[in-house]
Write a protein that binds this ligand. Structure first.
Ligand SMILES: *[C@@H]1O[C@H](CO)[C@@H](O)[C@H](O)[C@H]1NC(C)=O
Ligand SMILES: *[C@@H]1O[C@H](CO)[C@@H](O)[C@H](O)[C@H]1NC(C)=O
Length: 342
């Protein structure tokens, strides 16, 4: 008797499951709108599961960026790709991502005299950055009238967002995460799929395309890719939320680039903003402000894709053997002429 009940129960369960599957299949193929929502939910779940979090205080060897043979290393020890020239087929990867009909939001902060960098930044981006994709630039500035007219390609647009002026560059840096967090909440969740937040005192010299896309993306700073981690310019005072002990660290990430899915970059920006606020309440400013907090975030929330220093160089740095192509680089600037304070 009992046995039969169980059998009946299982049969009913099977029928319900099959009916459910048929129903889902039916709605997702016949109604485009539902199809989209269904897929979005799956993606969401997938994102949750693929976070690469590491507890603090775990000891392991510092990963190398260049091997003993002088060859570049193309994966992290947690198996995220490190993007170097030669590790991807630009045409193939762009063709795949173009199928996804994505929008890439790109934010830059151009306050005070930094507006002078916008022209080269935007013009060189129009030559090199996500060519053939929908790109929406969001320019934060206190001087909207200084934003130059730059001819944008098809499906590319620019929005100017006015922010208050500041007389300390450190303050400007400290507020960026907050601005990013709020912009994502108010607009980007519905306007974009991926986001890159980039420094404006830069120029593109080479292709930067869909190979850079990932859930959470950081760039290896060009100044420290062969430096032992105990010498990284991390924040070393335990009182700061950005503190990293000498025995920990993977790469020193550049604060000039942060990217990924809108939701994941929001999480990173929100966390960094919260940590910056805690420090501010204690009157502590981390060694490299936002960059220090970002390094802390990336150490315990590993990027799913790491960009090699090809994606962040510095114009004053001589070329090296490992870096075959410079795609994006910080221009040489006269700090005294562009910063509101020393
Ligand atoms: C997607 O997920 C949200 C929250 O997790 C839920 O409210 C919504 O009903 C789901 N949509 C579909 C189509 O399953
Ligand atoms: C692609 O995305 C844009 C902007 O989000 C939208 O207007 C357009 O309808 C989409 N096209 C397709 C084929 O889904």
């Amino acid at each position: 008797m009992k046995f039969q009940n169980i059998n009946t129960f299982l049969l009913v369960l099977a029928i319900i499951s099959v009916t459910g599957l048929i129903f889902l299949g039916y709605t997702s193929t016949s109604v485009g709108y539902k199809d989209k929502r269904f897929c979005l939910n799956l993606t969401k779940e997938h994102q949750e599961n693929s976070k690469l979090q590491l507890p603090q205080g775990i000891s392991y060897k510092q990963p190398s960026v260049v091997g003993p043979d002088g060859k570049v290393i193309a994966t992290t020890p947690w198996l995220s790709p490190i993007v170097w020239e030669g590790t991807f087929d630009p045409f193939l990867i762009d063709t795949i991502y173009k199928q996804q009909n994505i929008t890439i939001a790109t934010t830059v902060f151009a306050l005070g005299k930094y507006t002078q960098f916008l022209k080269d930044f935007l013009e060189s981006a129009e030559q090199n950055y996500f060519i053939g994709f929908r790109v929406h630039y969001y320019v934060f500035t206190d001087q909207p009238e200084q934003v130059p007219e730059v001819k944008l390609g098809e499906e590319r647009q620019l929005t100017v967002l006015k922010v208050p002026s500041s007389n300390r560059w450190q303050e400007i840096t400290l507020r960026r995460m907050e601005k990013l967090e709020k912009l994502i909440e108010s607009r980007l969740v519905s306007e974009a799929d991926y986001i890159f937040s980039l420094d404006v005192d830069t120029k593109f010299y080479g292709r930067w395309g869909s190979e850079s896309l990932g859930r959470l993306v950081g760039v290896i700073h060009p100044g420290y890719y062969q430096t032992p981690r105990e010498q990284f310019p991390y924040e070393r005072r335990p009182e700061s939320q950005a503190f990293i002990p000498h025995a920990e660290g993977d790469y020193y990430y550049g604060g000039a680039v942060i990217g990924g899915l809108v939701k994941d970059v929001h999480e990173a920006a929100k966390t960094c903003r919260e940590q910056l606020d805690i420090d501010a309440a204690k009157s502590i400013e981390a060694a490299w402000q936002e960059e220090s907090h970002l390094n802390k975030y990336f150490l315990y929330n590993k990027p799913s894709k790491v960009l090699s220093p090809e994606y962040l160089w510095q114009d004053f740095k001589p070329h090296t053997n490992e870096v075959k192509i410079i795609r994006f680089s910080q221009v040489i600037k006269n700090y005294a002429a562009v910063r509101p304070n020393p």
